[in-house]
Design a protein around this ligand. Structure first.
Ligand code: ADP
Ligand code: MG
Length: 609
């Protein structure tokens, strides 16, 4: 799922022990400056650089910082492990010597996967399945869109899924469990200590149970009293299997938590309700139940916590194309309006409860053309099912023709950002724009062109959850077509349109990519107006001369680089959404995939100048 940033380096060995590293260096001749890189077994995302000097080994830990950079304690930060090694090949900057000769991984030695590398994918899936009751496509979308947040959750709570973890049990009960059955040396379990909220390790040696307190320092790292510090409990346990670090013996066999093991051999199938104050969010359709109330206090609301993520758990429940008038309550509140009519707030009554909806009400029903347009919009929306696309629930043909959609109550992205400048950080914008790219990648795969992607048409369910809307101009492409040719130009949003749309009336997913770039610009400008006061034709001249909008004030360089790629003049050279989504995901991960220290909110708003 996430590839190690060092995987490309020929001197990277993966998760090997210190003594294995020394063995490789010995075999390679022990020259001064001979070096290799390996995964750090103690910190998430960290490495160790092992170097030979004067026939001795030196091991330097490289930590991954909160901002995604890498550094050796006291050294300069670097944007990746490759850059770091290149730097130290020119300047020792405190190391015993410069890196002179890479100790290359022999062709028959693959990069050794760490415990978390091999478990991560399964753990992610299992976690998402259990926590949000998701499966299939919805599960994949959850994993792709929330990879950094999920990895963080998994990494810090992974021990809960381990067979040796017994939760909150007393010391006595721990002993009872260890003494039951065979009692080999090194049989162990980890439990929550009752009052303190810390962990304890209990193990058997010579038919006697020993208890050790696991210490946790201020930054949240775990250790045995005299031992090294670890980001997570399971990393500590893995290391204690290799090295006793002050214990009577190394850890060997897990004393299996029966409750866990009954269901699956490796992972529990249910996240026990009430644990960490967590109760799974109810899968109930209805405005009365706010999913957010079920989210543990120590993390932010994720899209999957909202019923809007996957409302069709039972696909027959809500999605009826024809909605009866008596199923609909229409509010006077107008959510927005357009040339077709207006969008009103309402409630849809279904067998399983009530659901807040947005209703697009056509005003001039007698105009056949407008009616047909709305039918076409409904037909397109009917074919789409993705958490990051506003879903159509059905059409209701009564006093007016009405398109009933799920509600995105926080409204259009541009408005939201311009009114929440002080509380929304750049990380949140990256998260939301990544979600938009996930939704657009889905459209691209299904061969639909949106043709009106803009911040005004990205609606928010809440601050962490965006959906693409307004399919009024959208088209489904034929299986063999890769663009739609408009016969005549209409009322077009020219500032969002790629050159080939304006010049040749050709619309494709690639021209949606151009619009995505403009949408990104709007988002990182907190709802600013693109191209200021320029008129459409002026914008066209501006683009033709090779000019592009400037980087918004608080926009990260890498995000501006993506925008500029989206504004590649020739659509053949422009990236597709598959590529754009990858770039967004990788940046999203790089700024948020490290467990944050206690007290720091996961999406702490960055102050805006
Ligand atoms: P138009 O084609 O006129 O742009 P839109 O579909 O974009 O129509 O809807 C117009 C406005 O109505 C939006 O900007 C938004 O404020 C509101 N709106 C539309 N759909 C929804 C929805 N599903 N949830 C909440 N508000 C919505
Ligand atoms: Mg619109």
């Amino acid at each position: 799922m996430s590839i190690d940033p060092a995987a490309e380096l020929p001197f990277f060995y993966g998760s090997i022990s210190r003594s294995d590293a020394e063995q490789h260096l010995k075999l390679a001749g022990m020259a001064d400056g001979l070096f290799l890189l390996r995964q750090c077994l103690r910190s998430l995302g960290g490495y160790v650089l092992s170097i030979v000097w004067n026939l001795e080994f030196h091991h330097y830990t490289i930590e991954k910082q909160l901002n995604g950079t890498y550094c050796i304690t006291g050294g300069k930060p670097h944007c990746g492990p490759a850059e770091l090694c290149e730097f130290y090949s020119k300047d020792p900057d405190g190391l015993v010597c410069t890196l002179k000769k890479p100790c290359l991984r022999p062709p028959d030695t693959p990069i050794r996967a760490g415990l978390f590398d091999s478990l991560r994918d399964n753990m992610l899936r299992e976690y998402v399945k259990q926590t949000w009751n998701l499966e299939g496509e919805a599960m994949e979308q959850a994993i792709i869109s929330q990879a950094p947040q999920l990895e963080k959750l998994i990494a810090t709570t992974a021990h809960e899924k381990m067979p040796w973890y017994h939760g909150k049990i007393t010391r006595m009960e721990g002993e009872r469990r260890l003494y039951s059955g065979a009692q080999p040396d090194g049989k162990f379990l980890v439990r929550d200590r009752e009052e303190t909220g810390t962990f304890a390790l209990s193990m058997i040696y010579g038919k006697t149970v020993y208890h050790y307190q696991i210490l946790q320092d201020k930054s949240g790292k775990y250790s045995m009293p005299e031992g090294a510090k670890f980001d997570t409990i399971w990393q500590l346990v893995e290391c204690l299997k290799m090295k006793n670090d002050g214990l009577v013996t190394t850890l060997r066999e897990a004393c299996v938590n029966g409750k866990v093991a009954e269901k699956t051999p490796n992972l529990p199938t249910t996240r026990r309700p009430g644990q960490n104050g967590y109760t799974p969010p109810p899968r109930v359709i209805g405005a009365a139940i706010k999913a957010a109330s079920a989210v543990p206090a120590d993390r932010d609301v994720l899209p999957m916590d909202c019923p809007e993520f996957n409302p069709y758990h039972n696909p027959n429940e809500v999605r009826k194309f024809n909605i009866q008038r008596n199923q609909l309550l229409i509010d006077e509140v107008e959510l927005g309006s357009g040339n077709f009519g207006c969008v009103k707030k309402g409630v849809l009554k279904t067998d399983s409860g009530q659901k807040d909806v947005a209703i697009k009400v056509l005003k001039s029903d007698n105009e056949k053309l407008v009616k047909e347009e709305m039918m076409r919009e409904a037909e397109i929306m009917h074919q789409l099912s993705n958490p990051f696309i506003v879903r159509m629930l059905g059409l209701c043909n009564a006093e007016h023709l009405m398109l009933v959609m799920e509600m995105a109550s926080a409204g259009p992205l541009n408005k939201f950002l311009s009114t929440h400048k002080d509380t929304v950080g750049v990380e949140t914008i990256v998260n939301l724009m990544h979600q938009v790219s996930v939704g657009m990648k889905y459209l691209e795969e299904k061969n639909f062109v949106h043709r009106d992607l803009a911040a005004r048409n990205v609606l928010l369910v809440n601050q962490q959850f965006a959906k693409i809307s307004d399919f009024g101009l959208s088209k489904a492409l034929g299986a063999d077509d890769n663009y739609y040719k408009a016969r005549t130009a209409g009322k077009w949003p020219l500032k969002w349109y790629a050159p080939e749309c304006i010049n040749y009336h050709k619309f494709s997913s690639k021209s949606d990519v151009w619009s995505y770039g403009v949408t990104m610009w709007e988002a990182f400008s907190y709802g600013g107006k693109p191209y200021k006061k320029m008129k459409g034709p002026e914008v066209m001249r501006f683009i033709e001369t090779g000019s592009r909008m400037d980087c918004p004030a608080v926009c990260p360089e890498r995000m501006y680089a993506v925008m500029k790629e989206c504004w590649t003049y020739e659509h053949e050279q422009r990236p597709d959404f598959k590529k754009v989504e990858e770039s967004m995901r990788s940046y999203h991960c790089s700024i948020s995939n490290k467990a944050k220290p206690e007290g720091a909110a996961a999406t702490a708003a960055e102050p805006i100048k």
